[in-house]
Design a binder for this molecule. Structure first.
Ligand code: GLY
Length: 277
């Protein structure tokens, strides 16, 4: 309904194809404004000015735009690259603590999937006003930029950015979004690492280190939802195609790889993921 109201407002304001939409806000605002820009008169320009840490390092970059359906998050959308992204790190200092921590989960994700050195930097928890914040944001955006440049439409390497998200989205959805994205993804990342260790893909040490760093931020490493609930939620997620589901799995900190997993194996994977500690 908000998406429709935005389009009506653009019409009322006399917006044309040369209008530029400015998305000033967090991930939901960026996704919504981006999708409105992508579809208004078949597309006008959009600049993203993210104000949450999560939006700075993830959702504002890479051109994913979307709105939710009752059936699930971000189920309608378009790949539509912004004309620019402007990050002002000073806004991060003004965030409520919960949303700062929420964004830190995505920063940890970049360390796990692509950069062991970044993971080590993040092992000493970031705090608001932290002198390292600018460099951390820059490094996260560089990692995402390179993956999106290599695979804009998410057929391969971009799927690594979904590490922990299949479980994380299920947790968000089943909590009716009372659990915010980063907190859901934090559980998903730790549970995925735990399952990877059980499957012999990564060492038990790496999995416990991942859980330890996530916990150091006050983020969760498990969830209250059972395996069957998470399985059902994953079936309606975008990562499923036919009888397979795409999963980013960790082989070592800084080295994640994408696997197309048959749904039966995914069920077993979730059994391991839910066997927490
Ligand atoms: N947030 C994951 C992606 O943009 O691909």
């Amino acid at each position: 309904a908000t998406y429709g109201a935005c389009l009506e407002a653009m019409c009322d304001a006399g917006a044309t194809r040369s209008t530029m939409v400015v998305a000033l806000g967090g991930g939901v605002v960026g996704d919504l404004a981006g999708f409105a820009a992508a579809t208004y008169m078949r597309g006008c320009r959009c600049v993203q000015i993210p104000t949450s840490l999560l939006a700075c390092i993830d959702s504002s970059v890479g051109g994913k735009t979307a709105v939710d359906l009752p059936a699930g998050k971000n189920l309608v959308g378009a790949f539509f690259q912004p004309s620019g992204v402007l990050v002002d790190t000073a806004t991060i200092d003004t965030l409520p603590a919960h949303f700062f921590t929420d964004g830190c989960a995505e920063a940890i994700k970049y360390g796990i999937i692509a950069d062991a050195r970044l993971f080590d930097v993040l092992a000493t928890p970031l705090v608001q006003g932290d002198a390292r914040l600018g460099d951390v944001i820059k490094r996260c955006v560089e990692i995402k930029r390179d993956m999106v440049n290599a695979d804009e439409y998410e057929h391969g390497v971009r799927k690594l950015l979904n590490y922990g998200h299949t479980i994380g989205h299920g947790i968000e959805k089943e909590s009716h979004f009372a659990i915010t994205h980063g907190f859901g993804v934090a559980s998903g990342m730790a549970m995925t690492a735990h399952a990877c260790a059980r499957l012999g893909l990564c060492s038990a040490d790496d999995a416990s280190r991942i859980a330890q760093v996530i916990r150091a931020y006050g983020l969760p490493t498990s969830c209250d939802f059972g395996r069957d609930v998470l399985y059902r939620a994953a079936l309606s997620d975008k990562k499923r195609s036919g009888q397979n589901i795409s999963l980013a799995l960790v082989h070592a900190i800084g080295d994640a790889r994408v696997t197309e997993m048959p749904l039966d194996d995914f069920g077993r994977f979730l059994d391991f993921a839910c066997m927490t500690h």
